[in-house]
Design a protein around this ligand. Structure first.
Ligand SMILES: Nc1nc2c(c(=O)[nH]1)N[C@H]1C(S)=C(S)[C@@H](COP(=O)(O)OP(=O)(O)OC[C@H]3O[C@@H](n4cnc5c(=O)[nH]c(N)nc54)[C@H](O)[C@@H]3O)O[C@H]1N2
Ligand SMILES: Nc1nc2c(c(=O)[nH]1)N[C@H]1C(S)=C(S)[C@@H](COP(=O)(O)OP(=O)(O)OC[C@H]3O[C@@H](n4cnc5c(=O)[nH]c(N)nc54)[C@H](O)[C@@H]3O)O[C@H]1N2
Ligand SMILES: [Mo]
Length: 811
C-alpha cells in the first residue's frame, strides 16, 4: 500500500477492482464502511462476479476476467479526451512533459526492441531524449508531439468505449458510469483509493494491470493524498514482510536486488542502480544504494566484508535467470534439482498444474516440509484415491517433516499491507515436538557449517564467515533478529557537515537509514527497517493510538517503513507552492521553513518547493516525478497494452486480431511443454477464475472442525444461463476440466455470475473456490490447481490463476 488501512476512511471514492476485500479482508474492509458512513464516500466494484464487496457497493460493473487493461485503458482515454485530469499535478508531478526518444515505437501490438526468439524486449529505445547537459529534455508547454502525455494520448485513443465494451464484456453504459464516477476525483480536493489484490496480480500481465491503475491515479492527482493511493491488500499476515526482507529469488532485503550474471564486480552492479538525477535538483534517492548495500554486507559478513574485497561482493550468487517457484518445478521435472525445502508452503495445493508439481516432487531425492500441519505436499506420495491418484511404490523421494510452530506460537513482528511493523506476542506454547522456524533453520545452518568446516567444499567462505551473533546459537530470538534488521553503528557515525559531531556512537542501534554509510562503519540487515528498533527501544511494540489530526495518522502506533512515514509521496498532497490540495485532510505542508503536519514528510524537510528546480515529490525516481510512461522498470513495455490471457475464449486479441504474436503477453516466460498444454477455445469455451471464501484460509482451515462445519464441501459456482444451457441443477455434481486435468464438485447456480457479450460471442464464467484438498477434516475434495495453467506474469512470475479456460459438464 502507498497509504494504509485506516486511511481508507479518508477517501471520497473507493474502487475495489481485482480484489474482494469484504470477503478476503473483512476486518480491513471496515474502513470502507467507515468512509461510506463518515465521509459519504461511494464504493465502486468491478469484478467478474457480484461479490460480497459488490453487495456493499453503490455501483457494480461486471468485467471479463483478464481484461482489466482494456477497461482501465478506456478510463485513461476518457479522462484525457474529456480533459478530466488534474492539470497542475500532472504537469508538475508526473513525467507528462518529458520527451520520449525518437527510436520509440509501437506497432501491431509490439513495442520497439522486441526479440521474438528470446520473447524479450531490449528497452534501450524506450529512453527519454537527453540534452547535452545529460538531463532528460522536457517541454512544459506539452506541445512537442513526443511529450509523454501526447504519446499516451495516441496510445490510448484506440480504447474507445465501444472497443472497451467489446473486449471486457462490460456493457457500454455501465463502463461510462464508472468513468464518470472516477473522473469526479480529478478535482484537487477529491481523492479515490484503489484497493486491489489477486484479481489484478494473478495474470500474465499482472504488473501492467497495476501500472494502468497507477497511471489513472496520477492523471487524477490521487497519489500521495490522504484517501488516495494504490493499495495492494496483501495476503498472508506477513507477506509484506517477505518482500520487504527480499525473499524472492532475485531480491535482496529492502528492495535491493541480487546481482545478475553480467555484474561480476561491484562497479557494474552499482551502475544501473545508484542512478544520478535525470532532472536538475532531484534527489534520485537510490543514489544512496551503496550505503544500504555495504551496510547489508557488513550485517551478514561482519569483519570478513572489507573495503579491499569490495565488501565480500563475491560471496553473493549472480543470477542467470529467476529461480521462482515455476522455474524450480520446471527444473525438478527435468531432473535438475535434488532437494527442496518447503517452509510454510504447500505447493501441491497452491501452485498451478498439480500433475506437473507432483511429477516434479516425485523426481527429488529429498523433500523437507517445515509446517505445523500435515499438508498435501508432505503427503504427495500417498494415494488418496480419486483426489490424489499416485503410484507410491514408484516414488523414491525421501520426505522429512519438521513440525514447526504456527505464527500464534511465536513472538516477532508482522508487517501489514500498510507497511506497519507490529510486534506481537505468542498466545500459546507450541505443542509436542514443534519448534520455532528460527530454531529449525539455525540447526540446519549450524550443521551445514560444520560439514563445510570438515569437508571444505567448492566455496565455503560465505558459509564460514556468516555472522551468527546470537546468545543461543541454535535458537536466535525474535528480538535479536529484529535488532539486526534495524542495524547498528560499528564505529562512531559522524555528521558529514560537522565531523566533530557524533550522530551515533559505536555499538548503538541506529535511529534511521539516514545514518547508514558506505565505508563499513554501519551494519543493517534491511535498510527500510532502520528506526524500527532504535536506541529508544522496540518501536514496533508501541500502542498509542492518539490521532491529533483526526484523519487516522496514528504515528505512535507501531512503526511504518520507511522512517515511520504513513503515506508515501505525501508532499504530492500539496500544490507546487506547498499548500495542501485539501486542507481538511492535511498530511504535510510547507510552513515557510520546513515541511510538517500529520505525517513524516517524504522529502528533505527543508526542501523549499518554491526554489528553482525544487525537489519533486517522487524522490525515488531519477526524474523526481512519477512515470506515466516507464522507460525502464518493467520488462514488457513502457505503457500498458491489452493482451489476452494465455488461455482465452477468443481466437485472437481483438486489439491486434492479425498478429498472433500479440495475442498474449509477448514477454511472459512460458516453458516449452506448457505452451502445448494450453487449451483451445473449441474444447474449453468457458472462462474460469479461482477465489477465496471468508470461512476458510487457504488449505489450513480444512483441518479445523469449526471451519469445516460452516463450509463443509467443495463447490463450483456458475450463472443461471450457463446452468440452463448445460442442464445443470443447483446442487448437482459437475465435472470441470481443463487441458491439464479435471475436478468434480457440487454446482452452485447463482445470479452472482453474469454472462457477458464479448467480441460478438457469449462468455460464461465458472467460479472455483480454492479451499479443498485431500488432507484435513472437511470433506475431501479435488485441488482446484489441478486445472490451472503453468504460466506467470512477465515481471513477477505470479501464476495466471485468475483467467484460464475450462469445460463443464454434468458428472
Ligand atoms: N478468508 C480468507 N481471507 C484471505 C485468504 C483466505 O484464504 N481466506 N487469503 C489471503 C491471501 S494469501 C490473499 S493473497 C488475499 C487475496 O485477496 P483477493 O485477491 O481479494 O481474493 P480472491 O478471492 O482470490 O480474488 C479476488 C477477486 O478477484 C476477482 N477477479 C478474478 N479475476 C479478475 C479479473 O481479471 N479482473 C477483476 N477486476 N477481478 C477479477 C474474483 O472474482 C474475486 O472476487 O486474501 C487473503 N485473505
Ligand atoms: N488457483 C489458485 N491458486 C492459488 C491462489 C489463487 O487465488 N488461486 N492464490 C495463491 C496465493 S495468493 C497464495 S498466498 C498461495 C498460498 O499458498 P501456500 O502458502 O502454499 O498455502 P497455505 O495453505 O497458506 O500454506 C501455508 C502453510 O504454512 C503453514 N504455517 C502456518 N504458520 C506457520 C509458521 O509459523 N511456520 C511454518 N513453517 N509454517 C506455518 C500452514 O500450516 C500451511 O500449511 O496460494 C496461491 N495459489
Ligand atoms: Mo496470497
Amino acid at each position: 500500500m502507498t497509504n494504509h488501512w485506516v486511511d481508507i476512511k479518508n477517501a471520497d471514492l473507493v474502487l475495489i477492482m481485482g480484489g474482494n476485500a469484504a470477503e478476503a479482508h473483512p476486518v480491513g474492509f471496515k474502513w470502507v464502511v467507515e468512509a461510506k458512513h463518515k465521509n459519504k464516500a461511494k464504493l465502486l466494484v468491478v469484478d467478474p462476479r457480484f461479490t460480497r464487496s459488490a453487495a456493499m457497493s453503490d455501483y457494480y460493473a461486471p468485467i471479463r476476467a483478464g481484461s482489466d487493461i482494456a477497461f482501465l485503458g478506456g478510463v485513461i482515454h476518457y479522462l484525457l479526451s474529456n480533459n478530466k485530469i488534474q492539470q497542475e499535478y500532472v504537469l508538475k508531478y508526473t513525467n507528462a512533459s518529458f520527451i520520449v526518444g525518437e527510436a520509440f515505437g509501437f506497432e501491431d501490438g509490439l513495442f520497439s526492441g522486441y526479440d521474438e526468439s528470446k520473447r524479450k524486449y531490449d528497452n534501450s529505445s524506450w529512453a527519454y531524449e537527453l540534452g547535452e547537459d545529460g538531463y532528460a529534455k522536457v517541454d512544459e508547454t506539452l506541445a512537442h508531439p513526443r511529450c509523454v502525455i501526447n504519446v499516451m494520448k495516441q496510445h490510448y485513443s484506440r480504447y474507445t468505449p465501444e472497443v472497451v465494451s467489446n473486449i471486457t464484456g462490460t456493457p457500454k453504459d455501465k463502463f461510462l458510469k464508472c468513468c464518470e464516477m472516477i473522473a469526479e476525483t480529478a478535482k484537487p480536493a477529491k481523492a479515490m483509493t484503489i484497493l486491489y489484490a489477486l484479481g489484478w496480480t494473478q495474470h500474465s500481465q499482472g504488473s501492467q494491470i497495476i501500472r494502468t491503475g497507477a497511471i489513472m491515479q496520477l492523471l487524477l492527482g490521487n497519489m500521495g493524498l490522504a484517501g488516495g493511493g494504490m493499495n495492494a491488500l496483501r495476503g498472508h499476515s506477513n507477506i509484506q514482510g517477505l518482500t520487504d526482507l527480499g525473499l524472492l529469488s532475485t531480491s535482496l532485503p529492502g528492495y535491493m536486488s541480487l546481482p545478475r550474471e553480467s555484474e561480476q564486480d561491484l562497479a557494474s552492479y552499482y551502475k544501473p542502480r545508484a542512478l544520478k538525477p535525470l532532472r536538475p535538483g532531484q534527489m534520485s534517492f537510490w543514489q544512496n544504494y551503496p550505503k544500504f548495500f555495504v551496510s547489508l554486507q557488513k550485517s551478514w559478513w561482519g569483519k570478513a566484508a572489507t573495503a579491499e574485497n569490495d565488501w565480500a561482493y563475491h560471496y553473493l550468487p549472480k543470477w542467470d535467470k529467476a529461480y521462482d517457484v515455476l522455474q524450480a518445478f520446471e527444473m525438478m521435472g527435468q531432473g535438475k534439482l535434488n532437494g527442496y525445502i518447503c517452509q510454510g508452503f504447500n505447493p501441491v495445493a497452491s501452485f498451478p498444474n498439480k500433475k506437473k508439481i507432483v511429477a516434479g516432487l516425485s523426481k527429488l531425492k529429498y523433500l523437507v516440509v517445515i509446517d505445523p500441519l500435515v499438508t498435501e505436499t508432505s503427503e504427495f506420495w500417498k494415494n488418496y484415491g480419486e483426489h490424489n491418484e499416485v503410484k507410491s511404490e514408484e516414488i523414491q523421494t525421501t520426505v522429512f517433516r519438521f513440525p514447526s510452530t504456527c505464527f500464534a506460537e511465536e513472538d516477532g513482528s508482522i508487517t501489514n499491507s500498510g507497511r506497519w511493523l507490529q510486534w506481537h506476542w505468542k498466545g500459546a506454547e507450541p505443542p509436542g515436538e514443534a519448534r520455532g522456524d528460527p530454531e529449525i533453520i539455525a540447526e540446519l545452518f549450524l550443521r551445514m557449517k560444520k560439514a563445510y568446516q570438515k569437508d571444505g567444499g567448492a566455496f565455503p567462505d560465505a558459509m564460514l564467515n556468516l555472522t551468527w551473533p546470537y546468545l543461543i546459537p541454535h535458537n536466535p530470538s525474535a528480538e535479536e533478529l529484529a535488532k539486526e534488521a534495524n542495524g547498528r553503528a560499528l564505529a562512531d557515525v559522524l555528521d558529514p557537515k560537522d565531523p566533530s559531531k557524533v550522530l551515533a556512537k559505536a555499538g548503538e542501534q541506529l535511529s534511521g537509514f539516514g545514518l547508514l554509510r558506505d565505508d563499513g562503519s554501519t551494519a543493517s540487515g534491511c535498510w527500510i527497517f532502520a528506526g524500527s528498533w532504535s536506541q529508544a527501544g522496540n518501536q514496533m511494540a508501541r500502542r498509542d493510538n492518539s490521532d491529533p489530526y483526526g484523519i487516522g495518522q496514528t504515528l505512535n502506533w507501531a512503526w511504518a517503513w520507511p522512517a515511520n512515514r504513513r503515506v508515501l509521496y505525501n508532499t504530492a498532497s500539496c500544490d507546487p507552492s506547498g499548500k495542501p490540495w485539501n486542507p481538511h485532510r492535511k498530511l504535510v505542508a510547507w510552513n515557510g521553513e520546513r515541511w510538517a503536519g500529520s505525517d513524516v514528510p517524504d522529502i528533505r524537510p527543508d526542501a523549499n518547493p518554491n526554489d528553482e528546480n525544487a525537489v519533486r515529490p517522487f524522490i525515488m525516481t531519477a526524474e523526481g516525478v512519477a512515470r506515466l510512461f516507464a522507460p525502464s522498470g518493467l520488462v514488457d513495455g513502457p505503457l500498458p497494452e491489452h493482451y489476452e490471457p494465455f488461455e482465452s475464449p477468443l481466437p485472437n486479441n481483438p486489439m491486434h486480431p492479425k498478429n498472433d504474436k500479440a495475442r498474449a503477453n509477448p514477454a511472459a516466460r512460458v516453458f516449452k511443454g506448457d505452451l502445448e498444454a494450453f487449451g483451445k477455445p473449441a474444447d474449453f469455451p468457458y472462462v474460469a477464475t479461482s477465489y477465496r471464501l471468508t470461512e476458510h484460509f487457504h488449505y489450513w482451515t480444512k483441518n479445523c472442525e469449526s471451519n469445516a462445519v460452516i463450509q463443509p464441501q467443495q463447490f463450483v459456482e456458475i450463472g443461471e444461463q450457463l446452468a440452463k444451457e448445460k442442464g445443470i441443477e443447483n446442487g448437482a455434481w459437475v465435472k470441470v476440466s481443463s487441458n491439464r486435468g479435471f475436478i468434480k464438485a457440487k454446482a452452485v447456480v447463482s445470479k452472482r455470475i453474469p454472462m457477458l457479450e464479448v467480441a460478438g460471442q457469449k462468455v460464461h464464467t465458472v467460479g472455483l473456490p480454492n479451499h479443498w484438498g485431500f488432507v484435513g477434516v472437511a470433506k475431501p475434495g479435488y485441488l482446484v490447481n489441478t486445472l490451472t495453467p503453468f504460466v506467470g506474469d512477465a515481471n513477477t512470475q505470479t501464476p495466471e490463476f485468475k483467467s484460464f479456460t475450462v469445460n463443464i459438464e454434468k458428472a
